[in-house]
Design a protein around this ligand. Structure first.
Ligand SMILES: Nc1ncnc2c1ncn2[C@@H]1O[C@H](COP(=O)(O)OP(=O)(O)OP(=O)(O)O)[C@@H](O)[C@H]1O
Ligand SMILES: Cc1ncc(COP(=O)(O)O)c(N)n1
Length: 271
C-alpha cells in the first residue's frame, strides 16, 4: 500500500509537451510508488519537433521554493535536471541541504538530443565547481561527459578515465551513458563507477526508434526514487536502466516527430 510517506524532489525545467524534464520526472516517481515534488527552475516551449523558446525562473523564486519545502518536508532523495545558467546553479547549490533534501542525483542537462542548448556555456565551470561536489550520483550522457571533462571519449579506456575524473571533481558515483546515435548499432553500454571503486558496464539492446524524449530524465528520476526507498546506488541504477529500456521498447503515439517514452509499459513490467 502506497501512502505518500516516501517523497522525492525534482529540481528541473518544465517541457510543455510533457515528454521530458519535470513531467517525465514526476511520472517516473509516480511509476515507482514515490510521491513526487517539483521545484521549477525554467520552462521551455517544446513539442515533438523540438524546443522553440526557454524562460528561466527568477532566482528569488527558486530560493523561495527551497524555503517552503524545507519548512514542511523531509525529502528522501532529489534530482536536478535543466539548470539553465550559473545564477540558477548557484542558488541551487546555496540552498541544497542534504539533511532536508536527501542524496542528490545530478543529470547534467546540457543539450537535448535534438540540439537545443539547455545550459549556457558560461555555466560549465560553475556546474563543475558548485554542483558536481553535491552529487551522490551523476548521470552524464556521452556528450555531457566530454564537456565536463574536456576529454574526447573515443574508446572504453577514455570513458573509464572520464568517470574517474568526474569522481575527482566530487561526484561520489558516476554513470556515463553510452552513445545511441547510430541506427546500425546492436546495443548500448553505460559505464558505472561506484564510490567504493567498483565498476561495471550495463548493456542493453539498442532500440531503433525516434521516440526517446525524456530518457535521461526518466533514468535519473528512477535512480532518485529508488534511493528514496533506501536501495543501494547500484540497485537503483540497475532498476532505472531496466525501467528506461522497457519504456523505450514500447512506443506510444504522441506528436508527429520525436515522441516520449512509454512509462506505462515500464510500470506494468516491474513490481
Ligand atoms: N535507442 C536506445 N536504445 C537503447 N537504450 C537507449 C537508447 N537511447 C537511450 N538509451 C538508454 O537510455 C538511458 C538514458 O540515456 P540517454 O543517453 O538517452 O540520456 P540523455 O541523452 O541524457 O537523455 P535526455 O536528453 O533525455 O536527458 C541510458 O541508459 C541509455 O543507454
Ligand atoms: C525542460 C527540459 N529538461 C530536459 C530536457 C531533455 O530533453 P531530451 O530528452 O529531448 O534530450 C528537455 N527537453 N526539457
Amino acid at each position: 500500500m502506497v501512502n505518500g510517506e516516501i517523497q522525492a524532489l525534482t529540481i528541473a525545467g518544465n517541457d510543455s509537451d510533457g515528454s521530458a524534464g519535470m513531467p517525465a520526472d514526476l511520472r517516473s516517481f509516480y511509476a515507482r510508488n514515490v510521491y513526487g515534488m517539483g521545484l521549477i527552475t525554467a520552462a521551455v516551449a517544446g513539442n515533438s519537433y523540438g524546443i522553440e523558446a526557454a524562460h528561466v525562473m527568477p532566482v528569488d523564486f527558486i530560493k523561495t521554493q527551497f524555503d517552503v519545502l524545507a519548512k514542511d518536508f523531509k525529502i528522501r532523495a532529489s534530482k536536478t535536471g535543466m539548470l539553465a545558467d550559473s545564477d540558477v546553479i548557484n542558488v541551487v547549490a546555496d540552498n541544497y541541504d542534504t539533511q532536508v533534501f536527501g542524496p542528490l542525483v545530478v543529470d547534467p542537462v546540457i543539450i537535448t538530443k535534438h540540439g537545443a542548448m539547455l545550459l549556457e556555456e558560461e555555466a560549465y565551470e560553475t556546474f563543475k565547481k558548485r554542483l558536481i561536489p553535491l552529487a551522490n550520483v551523476i548521470t552524464p550522457n556521452f556528450f555531457e561527459a566530454q564537456k565536463l571533462t574536456d576529454e574526447p571519449l573515443d574508446s572504453k579506456e577514455s570513458i573509464i578515465a572520464a568517470a574517474a575524473k568526474l569522481q575527482n571533481l566530487g561526484a561520489k558515483n558516476v554513470m556515463i551513458k553510452g552513445r545511441h546515435d547510430n541506427p546500425e548499432q546492436a546495443d548500448v553500454s553505460d559505464y558505472i563507477l561506484l564510490e567504493n571503486g567498483d565498476s561495471f558496464w550495463l548493456t542493453e539492446q539498442f532500440v531503433n526508434t525516434e521516440r526517446v524524449n525524456g530518457t535521461g530524465d526518466t533514468l535519473s528520476a528512477v535512480i532518485a526514487a529508488e534511493l528514496a526507498k533506501g536501495f543501494s546506488v547500484e540497485q537503483a541504477i540497475r532498476t532505472a536502466k531496466a525501467f528506461v529500456h522497457t519504456a523505450i521498447s514500447n512506443e506510444i503515439a504522441v506528436g508527429h516527430k520525436y515522441g516520449p517514452i512509454n512509462h506505462w509499459a515500464a510500470m506494468k513490467n516491474m513490481d
